[in-house]
Design a binder for this molecule. Sequence first.
Ligand code: NAD
Length: 259
Amino acid sequence: MRRFDDKSVLVTGAASGIGRACALRFAREGAQVGLLDWDAAGNRETAELCAEQGAEPIELDCDVRDAGGLERAFEELLDAFGRLDVLVTCAGVYAGQPLEAVPDASWNEVLEINLGGVFRCNRLAAAPMKEQAAGSIVNVSSMAGKTSFPATAQYSASKSGVIGLTRSVALELAPFGVTANVICPGNTETPMLHEVARAVAPGLGMSPPEWLAMRAADCPLGRFAEPEEIAGVAAFLASEDARYLTGQALAVDGGMVLC
Ligand SMILES: NC(=O)c1ccc[n+]([C@@H]2O[C@H](COP(=O)([O-])OP(=O)(O)OC[C@H]3O[C@@H](n4cnc5c(N)ncnc54)[C@H](O)[C@@H]3O)[C@@H](O)[C@H]2O)c1
């Protein structure tokens, strides 16, 4: 018997990085997985990788800003699998500029995707999980949600918001036996990390590889996380071993943020 046999898991941001690693981890451990992302080609690749683990995932191509599209995606998953045991919200974008240069459009986009998208998915997960009187929500924030960095107001605000949102969801759903927790990853080896390097390094007079080397050296464990290391914690939070754990924001960052 595998840990997630007969469980239904929906992963957002499943086309890349941490979301893909989560989808593969749950698939390998027996789950039926729904892959939600706006990148249909990436989602297809993840589906093929999950199929190699013996899973039959469903692809839900959707923008997490699209409330109607999300509603249809959740319905499709519930029709296909009959229940929703685990929601993992990895869909996210990075943006950063000095405060006075942050365009309204970027502020709105980052908040709408990183915080609004998580809110909408949590809202849609509530009804089936309450009805089942069981379920685990794992929202993905960032170490930038626990602490803050300069020149990334919109990203930090969105990621702190995910922690506050999750605490409220945890308290509201606890009487129904549903848990909600947050993972706050540190720098993790994904396409987003390299996007951040390209955005931030020039402002510090560095090349992206120099910035990456500095960030790895700053980390007490001396390296970046692999996406699979974040996925392992998501699986733990969704497992029976974590059934008494709710409302927590767990830093998975190699010791970067100690609070
Ligand atoms: N990589 C890191 O160092 C790091 C650190 C801390 C937190 N995080 C967070 O982890 C999560 C996953 O990031 P990642 O590093 O795997 O990045 P990634 O860019 O590899 O993956 C992000 C995924 O989200 C999807 N996505 C973005 N906007 C979307 C939208 N509007 N609708 C649907 N899908 C959308 C993308 O298509 C992509 O597949 C993000 O929330 C990110 O903020 C990442």
